[in-house]
Design a protein around this ligand. Structure first.
Ligand SMILES: [Zn+2]
Length: 61
């Protein structure tokens, strides 16, 4: 199992690929996460863990 998989249960800092806004989201968010600035979908729930659709900058332990 790759380390990146473990990040799904933590808070992660991501950067919106569209407007470069950085925000922190929970890796197991059960709802779709949108960018606070441009409303682009940044993460989607997929059976318990989020599918991140933005660049992950940092995993916050
Ligand atoms: Zn954005």
């Amino acid at each position: 199992m790759r380390p990146i998989k473990d990040s799904s249960s933590r808070f992660i800092k991501i950067r919106c690929p569209k407007c470069k806004n950085e925000q922190v989201v929970y890796g197991k968010a059960s709802t779709t996460v949108h960018c606070l600035i441009c409303q682009k979908t940044l993460a989607e729930p997929t059976g318990g863990k989020s599918r991140i659709k933005a660049r992950v900058l940092e995993v916050l332990v």
